[in-house]
Design a binder for this molecule. Structure first.
Ligand code: PA5
Length: 444
């Protein structure tokens, strides 16, 4: 398997700057190694997901069984950590236009209670049901009690029931053992997949949360997990210079300490945009914290932004190059695209933009990327680089694992708990109280 490439040469961090992070990171690497031996008993449990053969086999068996139903649609109902990772892998590997390319199973993500968005999905699904085709619902919720998810489950289930009395075999529930949703799924004889207790939503893409829907649409989950496995070993290395997750975390931390409160993930591939959204949640929820590990009020955090090359060069780059020095950037590029597209060699337009005729679009994209990096260097805007060999499963698995471990190391450096999300929970509770008429909408 070809590995990811990393470069920190333009990060503008010296050995001296790194010094303070070394003992903290080394200690955490030790803890991480212990966690790698302790199954799902530690908060860092997600690092062991790629090695869970039993869970993978269970998913694979269920995928085979559900494929027999020859469904036209898979509806993934979930939000946040329960769908962003799946979306990220699906789009990266299959492309943003997947559903339009007439795949065997189209995939729709029902995530928020937006009437118009959901109505469009219902119309599509209904057409399929009317033609006698099956539709699989995969309801994903760790808590089993998220308002949006359960609301949408009810809506889609209602539709399914109208067409199929024995709809139970079309429903797959992915949740934590013993959640209310778990109990309900058992009672109704829905297929059930477990999310381990110590694996939080935003770290769960390599659990059945991501593996089942991805497996069902034909993603090679062995390769995805294989990539993640090899990256876990790399990111457990003691020498920080050989451990990209620790090294990247140290760079982000040092820049943050020096006033860079924004981390921009600048992805030079449109199909990686959903990975950007996944990363935004990972960083936002993991380190945006009111309290440090000792309970002191600290209001810590780094704002994650996502930019797409070259689209966003025509939107926010003026700000990035001319605005305040408050950002640290990670450029992500892909060495080999899936397909080649050439500009015709003989052109009537060569006076408008010369030197593009006969060239592959990738060559032009590379020139743009290099131009951007040169401009960043000239303006002393610090950045690091990650190069993906391609957008195939093994590379994506490596990237996801790298980012999840980077976030765990960053949490330790910032002295916050990267595994909880108390403020997200508070809005969830409040929503339920408002819906129950217990609180008014303007109560503080
Ligand atoms: O990362 C998290 O924990 C959250 O973003 C959750 O994934 C999100 O709120 C959905 O929660 P649940 O999976 O319990 O429905």
């Amino acid at each position: 398997m070809e590995g990811l490439g990393f470069s920190f040469k333009d990060a503008m961090i010296t050995e001296g700057d790194m010094k303070e992070t070394v003992p903290i990171l080394k200690k955490e690497i030790e803890q991480m190694k212990l966690a790698s031996q302790s199954g799902y008993n530690d908060d860092r449990a997600s690092i062991n997901l790629p090695f869970d053969r039993e869970a993978k086999e269970k998913v694979a068996t269920l995928v085979t069984k559900k494929l027999e139903l020859k469904s036209k649609y898979l509806i993934v109902i979930g939000i946040g950590g329960s769908n962003l990772g799946t979306m990220a892998v699906q789009e990266a590997v299959y492309g943003r236009s997947y559903n339009l390319l007439d795949p065997k199973i189209k995939v729709l993500f029902a995530e928020t209670v937006d009437s118009d968005d959901i109505n469009n999905m219902l119309s599509m699904v209904k057409k399929s049901l009317e033609k006698g085709k099956n539709v699989i619902l995969n309801v994903v919720s760790k808590s089993g009690a998220t308002t949006e998810t359960i609301t949408l489950f009810e809506v889609f289930l209602d539709l399914l029931r109208r067409f199929n009395e024995d709809h139970e075999e079309l429903v797959v529930v992915t949740t934590e053992k013993k959640s209310k949703l778990w109990d309900l799924a058992q009672k109704r004889r829905y297929s059930l997949l477990e999310i381990p207790k110590n694996v939080g939503g935003r770290y769960s893409v390599l659990s059945p949360v991501g593996l089942f829907p991805l497996g069902l649409i034909g993603i090679d989950i062995d390769a995805l997990l294989g990539g993640a496995k090899s990256m876990r070993e790399t990111c457990l290395r003691e020498n920080i210079k050989d451990n990209p997750a620790a090294e990247s975390a140290a760079h982000i931390y040092i820049h943050n300490k020096n006033g860079k409160n924004i981390h921009d993930l600048f992805l030079f591939a449109k199909d990686l945009e959903a990975i950007g959204k996944w990363y935004r949640q990972l960083m936002g929820e993991s380190i945006g914290k009111e309290q440090d590990r000792s309970g002191n009020q600290v209001f810590r955090g780094i704002t994650p932004t996502v930019s797409i090359g070259s689209t966003d060069l025509h939107s926010v780059t003026q700000l990035y190059l001319g605005g305040p020095y408050d950002k640290f950037t990670t450029f992500v590029t892909v060495r080999n695209m899936n397909d080649k597209v050439n500009v015709p060699s003989i052109s009537e337009f060569s006076d408008l933009v010369p030197n593009i005729q006969g060239r592959d679009l990738k060559e032009i994209m590379d020139a743009i990327e290099n131009g951007v990096k040169a401009a960043y260097r000239k303006k002393k805007r610090p950045f690091m680089e990650v190069v993906l060999p391609d957008k195939k499963e093994a590379s994506i698995g490596q990237f996801l694992q790298f980012k999840m471990m980077e976030m765990m190391y960053l949490g330790v450096l910032l002295n916050v708990n990267p595994f909880n999300q108390p403020n997200v929970e508070s809005y969830k509770t409040k929503t339920k109280r408002i819906l129950a008429g217990l609180d008014s909408e303007i109560d503080s």
